[in-house]
Design a protein around this ligand. Sequence first.
Ligand code: G1P
Length: 277
Amino acid sequence: MTKITKAVFPVAGLGTRFLPATKAIPKEMLPIIDRPLIEYAVEEAVMAGITEIIFITSHTKRAIEDHFDQNFELEAKLIKSGKHEYLEKINRKIFENVKFTYVRQKSQKGLGDAILQAKHLIQDEAFAVLLADDLILNDPSCTAQLMSVYAQKNCSIVGLNIVPDKDAHKYGVISSDDVGHAEQTFAINDIVEKPTENAPSNLAVVGRYILSATIFNYLENLAPSVGGEVQLTDAIKLMLKDELVIGHLYKGLKFDCGSRHGYAQAITHLAKDILAN
Ligand code: G1P
C-alpha cells in the first residue's frame, strides 16, 4: 500500500451565502479570527503527512494562491521594522516543503466534477479530499484518523458524523448493516446525496475522504443529479458495486463554516481562548 501524499481541495464554489463578504474575496479566505478558513484544512492535511495540495479553483480565487505563496515585499517590511514574530505567521515552516498545485475548474458543475479535474495529477494513488468549509478540530485530526483506517483497510474511507433527522437532507447519508453495533467503522452498502425523505440512517458524510484512484472511472461521464450537479456521492455509490468503501465516525468538533451559523459558532469557540487571556 502506498503512502497518501496528495490532497485535493475543491475551492471553486461561489460562497453565495456569505455575500457581500465574498463579492471580492473567496469564501475560503474568510478569517476565523486571524487565519483564513482554508489554512486550517491545509494545515490538517500537511500535519497528516500530505506533501502535495491540489486546489481545484476558479478565476475568482487568486487570493488563495497568493496566500500560500511568498510575499517578499511584506517579508522585507516586517524584517526592516523588526516584527520577526509575524514572519513565521505568513511563511509557515510546516508548509516549506509542500507543493501547491492549482487546477482551474472551467465551470462549476459540482463536487464530483471538481475532483475529476485532479485526475491527471493523481494517476493511480489513493488521495485525500478535504472540503475546507468543514472546520474540524481534533488531535489527531480527522484526516489523520481516516488515514489510520486506510492503513488498516486499504480501501476508500469516508468521514462520518451523526446528524439529527431534520438535518439529513443537507448531506450525503450512508446505510450499513453495521449501524447500531456501536462501531466506529461501517462497511457502506448505500449512499444517498441529500435525501429529501427516508434518509437511510443518521450517519452523514463530512468533508473528509480518502479515495482510491478508481473513483475517476466512476466520475467520468457521470450525469448530474441533485441540484443539477455532478455529485461525488453518486460516483461512490457506483464504486460500492465493485469495491469496499468504509465510513468512519471520526472524533472531533465540527463547524460547518459554509453556513453563517456554523461560521459564527467556530469564531465563538476559538475566541474563548483569546478572551480568557
Ligand atoms: C458536500 C457533499 C455531501 C457532504 C457534504 C459535507 O455537500 O456533496 O455529500 O455531506 O459536502 O460537507 P455540500 O456541502 O457541498 O453541499
